[in-house]
Design a binder for this molecule. Structure first.
Ligand SMILES: Cc1cc2nc3c(=O)[nH]c(=O)nc-3n(C[C@H](O)[C@H](O)[C@H](O)COP(=O)(O)O)c2cc1C
Length: 183
């Protein structure tokens, strides 16, 4: 059986991040031939083009993890109507040096949860623009804009009953789409 490794990139460094909880919960809806691994972005230096010829070990690690993945899953908050700087920093790092981006061609899912009513819609839209430039195809539908409310997660940290069917459908579509890209 072919195995698919998915690199999960969470756009929040917060200890009790809703988006990390969402990432941890949604991967449990994936099939047994998919392995999801969160990549660290909190220890990356601030991107500085002067360092392109001598990338930090944490940057090399990130790039190797993206290279080894057959797909990407971004789960991000919205900060001031865009993606958090830590996420953009990670994307910039792994796009460089020029000509050595590791992003191109990796199919990506984009999800997000926020306390606001638009549920990260604008953050996701900005992220999709950046990913389009980097030649990362993104799953267009279904879109997932989650407003955090009581019951989103159950006591064990799984997706709560009200959202489970919707997110299982998203996962099924994502899985089929990653397989199509790998074929
Ligand atoms: C710097 C900053 C900017 C924010 N801007 C937005 C925003 O534009 N839209 C929104 O819905 N929530 C915004 N929020 C609130 C976040 O939705 C909330 O903090 C959320 O818990 C962040 O995700 P996390 O729990 O995964 O860290 C902002 C929070 C911070 C700290």
């Amino acid at each position: 059986m072919i195995k698919y490794n998915i690199a999960v990139i969470v756009g929040s460094l917060r200890k009790d991040s809703f988006n990390r909880k969402l990432a941890n919960a949604i991967v449990k809806l994936g099939p047994s031939d998919f392995t999801f691994k969160q990549v660290q972005i909190g220890d990356l230096p601030l991107y500085n083009q002067d360092d392109d010829a001598n990338q930090a070990d944490s940057v090399k690690r990130l790039k190797n993890e993206i290279k080894a993945a057959q797909g990407l899953l971004f789960v991000t908050p919205e900060y001031n109507r865009s993606m958090p700087g830590v996420l953009k920093n990670a994307i910039d790092h792994a796009s460089r040096p020029y000509g050595q981006s590791v992003w191109a061609g990796k199919p990506a899912g984009v999800l997000g949860a926020s306390i606001g009513v638009i549920g990260t819609a604008l953050s996701q839209q900005h992220l999709r623009n950046v990913l389009a430039y980097l030649d990362v195809p993104t799953l267009g539908q279904p879109e997932v804009f989650i407003q955090v409310k009581d019951g989103l997660f159950d006591e064990a940290g799984n997706i709560g009953a009200d959202s489970k069917q919707f997110l299982q459908n998203w996962m099924d579509r994502y899985v089929a789409w990653v397989k199509k890209h790998a074929a």
